[in-house]
Design a protein around this ligand. Sequence first.
Ligand code: GDP
Length: 296
Amino acid sequence: MASALTDKLSRLVKEMRGQARITEANVQDMLREVRMALLEADVALPVVRDFIARVKEKALGQEVMGSLSPGQALVGIVNRELSHTMGEGISDINLAAQPPAVILMAGLQGAGKTTTTAKLAKHLIEKRKKKVLTVSGDVYRPAAIEQLKMVTQQAGAEWFPSTPEQKPVDIARAAIDYARKHFFDVLLVDTAGRLAIDEVLMREIKELHAALAPVETLFVVDAMQGQDAINTARAFKEALPLTGIILTKLDGDSRGGAALSVRQITGAPIKFAGTSEKLDGLEVFDAERHAGRILG
Ligand code: GDP
C-alpha cells in the first residue's frame, strides 16, 4: 500500500539497508512516525499508546520478507493491526429476539441518531424484508419527534407517536405494545441526546434500556468528533452494554481516527458507517479501507 506514511518510513529506513529484520533500534523511529500519523488522524492519545505498544511487540524480530523494506513491513503490520482491531466482530444488525426486536439508539445530540434511525429502518426494510416501527424517546425537543416522523416516512417505515408530556419509559412500553399487536419485526427507539455527557440523560437512557431489553444497543458517534469521541464513548460504555457502533459523517474530511478510539474503548463492533445526509447513505463498515484512510 502506498501512503504518505509509507513514504516517510521508506525515507527513514534508507540508512538501514541490508537489515534482515526489524530491530529495537530501528523500530523506534518508525513507530514515532506511525504515532504521528495516528494523532493526525485524531485517534485519542491513550488509544494511540496502546496501539503502538501492540504494534511494537508484533514488529520486533519480524523477518523482513524478500524485497520488502523494514518500513514497508512495518506499514503492513500497522495496517493489519488497524483493520483487525476495527474489523473484529463485524456483523449485521442482530434481530434474534422475540418480535419486535428492539434496537436502542444512543449518542450525543447532533451525532446523527435520528437520521441513522431512519437509515437503519430503510436498510432493514429493503435488505432484510422486515416490518419496522420507529419511536422517539426525546421528550425534550418536540422538533426531534417531528424530525423522526418525517424521516421515518421517507424511509417507508411506520412511526409511533410520542409527546413531550410523556415519560420516555412509558413511550417505549406503549410502542412495544403497539408493535406486538401489529406484528412489527423491529422497533427502533431514538433517544434524547445532550450536547455533552449529562448525569440525568445517562440515568434516563439506562432506565430505557432496562425497560426495553433491546437486542441491540447502538452507539451513534460522529467521525468528525475526533479526539473527544473517546470521552463520549467511555461515558456511554459505562452506562450501557453497547452491542455495536455506527460511525456517522464519514463523508466529511476527517481521517476517521475516532473509529479506532471508539472501537478500543467500547469493545463493540463498528457495524455501519454513515456516508451522507440522505437515507441511503449507510454502508457496512469496511475496516480495511478505513485503516488506509487513517494512515493517510
Ligand atoms: P441527532 O441529534 O443525533 O438525532 O442527529 P441528527 O440525525 O439530527 O443529525 C444531525 C445532523 O447531521 C443533520 O444535519 C444530519 O443530516 C447530519 N448527518 C447525520 N448523519 C450524517 C452522515 O452520515 N453524513 C452527513 N454528511 N451528515 C449526517
